[in-house]
Write a protein of this length. Sequence first.
Length: 93
Amino acid sequence: MDTFATWTTQGIIAGSGGVMTTEGGPITGDLTVHTTWIDGQAQVTVQHTGASEWYAMEGSPVTASDEPTARHVHQAAVEAVKEGGGSAFHFPV
């Protein structure tokens, strides 16, 4: 059976240095974080709020065996964006 959930948090101001993405390098500014959890994997993407392009957050996808864990991954990603630093994010799961 497929399991699926998503979370989106808009209007996060990235900390100094932004957040590292796999496709676009570090991005900064007013960002939106979106996490899709399906079949035990949490895929975290970020975009400039209101833009059309999404970028995978470096360190994603992450194994998340259940929905509460995937929700924790999403919140950890939001906090990492706020912190900034421009480095790859290591999910504390």
